[in-house]
Design a protein around this ligand. Structure first.
Ligand SMILES: Nc1nc2c(ncn2[C@@H]2O[C@H](COP(=O)(O)OP(=O)(O)O)[C@@H](O)[C@H]2O)c(=O)[nH]1
Ligand SMILES: [Mg+2]
Length: 385
């Protein structure tokens, strides 16, 4: 009997690895409590003994541990896979919790330090990295006392449609399904409202100051985040903000596609778009995962050119979060691979940024109409050369 919980990327039931115990790694830089609860449900679903580790304590205030413990209703072992603090405690907990030779699954979101823990326990030199998807499959490692199973950072429920992760199973009608999806998008926005207002306010202040100083805004994203970027640029145009947008959707319209290979390489695009950045300009990068190459590379390049950088992301402990001077975190997880709730939240963040900015700059409806009205430019008649 398999549970309905599977791990992303390989649709493999959690139980197929016959875990007899689990260690849940919580990344204290970005604890993602709602997602941790999904992991806890999955662990309870298979009824195995477990304990949880508060990792990356070297990067956060000690008081954070108690706060997250309260939110999770669980005690955590404070540790750092980098400094090795807490490793003795983890070994002692393993001996108390698991039978000798037990198969122990190491669970948690990406970048929580799962692979680092296994490296520390086994002494093996494993692939560790701060990009989502460094570990792509389950791997079992034999160490002296246990079999440690490395995992891929996301658990999804197969009773939900794979790409949207909205549970429609008990909906009675088509209308119920539609209403639930709309409600879930709204919930992602409301959960973001709880945490993001101060960071959005700080960025509105930066945008206002820079525009007054004669600078411009450049916004970028890929895929669904490209749509968010386009929407932000559209609202900026309607409200008189000097704003440019670059996305990977525009490969055909931008000369990077002519430089063979450069367009396909993410760096080709980030190099190209950051040519627009002058000292004091603001570059806003949007990425749900925080791992989109040309977006975080673009922010790094913008900084080198004297730009001010802003990230809009669900995952702050990522290359994008680390590259940005200002980070606006959405709080829409847990989510499936298509991250519809995250996109809804990012759109709302974009609206909050641009519309607050317009209001604070005193843009009136009349102004806005004049920004939107096309100006007709006289042009030659067709066919006359
Ligand atoms: N500062 C700090 N970095 C850590 C710690 N644990 C892991 N990292 C870093 O976080 C990133 C993700 O680690 P990894 O073990 O690959 O995480 P996984 O995705 O959960 O397997 C890597 O860059 C690690 O070097 C820690 O306790 N402190
Ligand atoms: Mg890993």
């Amino acid at each position: 009997m398999h549970t309905k919980r599977v791990l992303k990327k390989i649709s493999t039931p959690f139980e197929a690895f016959e875990p007899q115990g689990a260690i849940l790694m919580v990344n204290m830089v970005d604890p993602q409590v709602n997602t941790m609860k999904v992991f806890l449900e999955a662990i309870e679903g298979v009824g195995i003994p477990f304990f949880a580790v508060a990792n990356k304590m070297d990067l956060v205030d000690g008081a954070r541990c108690a706060m997250v413990e309260e939110e999770l209703g669980l005690s955590l072992i404070a540790a750092s896979m980098l400094t090795m603090d807490g490793m003795d405690g983890i070994r002692a907990h393993m001996a108390e919790t698991f039978a000798p030779k037990a198969r122990v699954a190491v669970l948690g979101v990406f970048n929580s330090g799962k692979t680092s823990l296994i490296s520390n326990l086994t002494g093996l030199d494993l692939a560790i990295g701060n990009l989502p998807g460094t570990t792509l499959e389950f791997t079992a490692y034999d160490c002296d006392d246990y079999v440690l199973i490395d995992t891929v950072g996301q658990i999804i429920d197969v009773s939900k449609p794979l790409m949207v992760s909205v549970d429609l199973a008990d909906c009675q009608s088509t209308q119920d399904k539609i209403a639930r999806i709309l409600r879930q998008d709204a919930e992602g926005i409301l959960a973001t409202l709880e945490i993001a207002v101060p960071s959005i306010e700080a960025v509105v202040g930066v945008l206002r100051d820079r525009i007054e100083a004669g600078n411009k805004i450049v916004v970028t994203g890929a895929g669904a985040s490209a749509l968010v970027a386009m929407e932000m640029a559209g609202q900026g145009l309607e409200t008189g903000v000097p704003i440019m947008v670059f996305t990977n959707n525009l490969g055909d319209m931008q000369p990077v596609s002519f430089a063979k290979g450069a367009g396909e390489e993410e760096m080709g695009l980030s190099k190209y778009m950051t040519m627009a950045i002058n000292e004091g300009d603001v570059m806003i990068g949007i990425s749900a995962s925080g791992g989109t190459g040309f977006v975080y590379d673009g922010l790094e390049r913008a900084s080198q050119r004297g730009g001010i950088t802003v990230a809009i992301t669900e995952n702050i402990d990522t290359p994008l979060g680390q590259a940005a001077d200002y980070v606006i975190k959405s709080n829409a997880k847990p989510e499936g691979p298509s991250s519809s709730k995250i996109q809804a939240a990012h759109l709302a963040i974009g609206h909050a940024l641009l519309l607050t900015l317009a209001d604070e700059r005193g843009v009136t409806a009349d102004d806005s109409v004049s920004f939107m009205l096309p100006e007709v430019v006289p042009t030659k008649k067709m066919g006359i050369k």
